[in-house]
Design a protein around this ligand. Structure first.
Ligand SMILES: Cc1cc2nc3c(=O)[nH]c(=O)nc-3n(C[C@H](O)[C@H](O)[C@H](O)COP(=O)(O)O)c2cc1C
Length: 399
């Protein structure tokens, strides 16, 4: 008889918080710290989650609906649940990185957002999930941006996300993790004490024969030259003059000419900016504060959502991201006017905990929670979620 270890941990997790605990255990401290991120005193990152907890619900006791629908069309694509993958650079979390995330998004019937700072190429990621949006910062000159857009289109990206909410705020009160310039032997020896205590993480990378690659392949020059390191890419970004609204309109029009697919502006926190985004011709915006990584003191994205959705929701699609950790958060965001939400850290914790299956697990946790919310509220579809289905405290919204 084969001996089964009765104490073996079930790789499945029941909540995003449990995935985060496992990620914390598994990842080297600097890698975990880079995912937690946040800026300055951490006010915004904390409010992103805390604000969701201020909104209450009042469930019915009977008269529930047996059939409940969570499908929706977002940016012209039907998704099986209104939760999309927000672009993040996930170097060093898992050897399969964004490819594992893309496979999970595809398996669960949703859309993938791929960061221009990602560790995997847009070609590989589109192969894993044909419904991938490519994300770009305003970095490099216009010729370089056109070349990157053309590459993404050629690879099969079905839309472009422009992320402009970044203010190069450097310090955080709890200290920043060390990120090496590149991972060579010298760095490995120096950082060995931080990773030696993380055998599973080491084993995963060791098995693939790879060491975490801190380069940005999607920013490689077209002549076949080497991809820049993460820091090289960051330097280019930092030294690029910031964009004007004319630049946003140019980017939107250029992407339109190259690809003809939707253009999304991510990082909007103000009603006046949302109106300007409409004028610039965007298909959608994401109400977002970059997961608390932009200017600290920006209110939680969920507080900003409803005033913006009321102002421009009839003209463009309004998405939101920041602090989504459970299905009821998704229900709250939809009720306050989001067509869909994007998730960042939630899937990163899942990826760290259990690779592709962990990301699928996170999407399943959110699906289950959203379904419970619909059941309890007596609704048969996400389309019936309105502000009146929630208990929103007075003074909750910010604009
Ligand atoms: C580690 C990390 C890296 C990120 N990298 C990017 C990026 O490259 N491009 C981008 O548009 N947003 C990036 N973001 C922001 C996310 O897309 C998203 O706005 C944010 O994570 C949402 O908040 P949440 O993590 O609470 O879900 C990053 C966020 C994190 C945590």
């Amino acid at each position: 008889m084969k001996f089964e270890n009765p104490w073996k941990q079930n790789p499945w997790f029941e909540s995003v918080a449990v995935a985060q605990q496992r990620a914390r255990k598994r990842l080297p401290k600097p890698v975990y710290g880079a995912l937690v991120a946040g800026s300055e005193r951490g006010q915004t990152i904390a409010d992103n989650q805390a604000a969701f907890a201020e909104i209450g619900v009042l469930p019915h006791v009977a008269g529930h609906q047996a059939d409940r629908s969570m499908t929706r069309t977002v940016l012209g694509h039907e998704v099986s649940l209104p939760v999309l993958i927000s672009p993040t650079g996930v170097q060093a979390v898992h050897p399969d990185g964004e490819v594992a995330v893309a496979r999970a998004a595809n398996a669960r019937g949703t859309l993938m957002g791929l960061s221009n700072f990602a560790s995997k190429s847009v070609e590989e990621v589109v192969e894993a999930c044909p419904r991938t949006f490519f994300q770009m910062y305003w970095t490099g000159d216009r010729d370089v941006m056109v070349q990157r857009m053309e590459r993404a289109h050629k690879a099969g990206a079905i839309g472009l996300i422009a992320t402009l909410d970044w203010s190069f705020s450097m310090g955080r009160d709890w200290g920043s993790p060390e990120i090496p310039e590149k991972v060579d032997l010298k760095t490995m020896v120096r950082m060995a004490p931080k990773v030696a205590t993380k055998p599973r993480w080491l084993y995963q990378f060791g098995r693939t024969g790879q060491i975490p690659d801190l380069t940005a392949p999607n920013l490689a020059p077209p002549d076949g030259g080497p991809a820049p390191t993460f820091f090289g890419a960051y330097y280019e970004w930092m030294t690029t003059p910031p964009p004007s609204w004319e630049d946003v309109a140019w980017m939107r029009a250029t992407w339109g000419e190259i690809s003809g697919t939707p253009f999304v502006l991510k990082g909007v926190s103000r009603v006046d900016d949302a109106r300007r985004a409409v004028d610039a011709g965007v298909a959608a915006i994401s109400v977002s504060n970059h997961g608390g990584n932009n200017l600290d003191g920006t209110p939680a994205a969920i507080r900003l959502l409803n005033p913006i959705a009321r102002a421009v929701g009839d003209e463009i699609e309004v998405l939101m991201d920041g602090g989504v950790r459970r299905g009821s958060d998704v229900a709250k965001a939809l009720a306050l006017g989001a067509r869909a939400v994007l998730i960042g850290r939630a899937y990163l914790w899942g990826l760290a905990a259990n690779g592709q299956a962990g990301v699928e697990n996170v999407l399943d946790v959110l699906r289950g929670g959203l379904d419970s919310a619909l059941l309890g509220l007596g609704l048969s579809s996400i389309d019936e979620l309105t502000p009146e289905t929630l208990l929103v405290p007075e003074g909750f919204h910010r604009s």
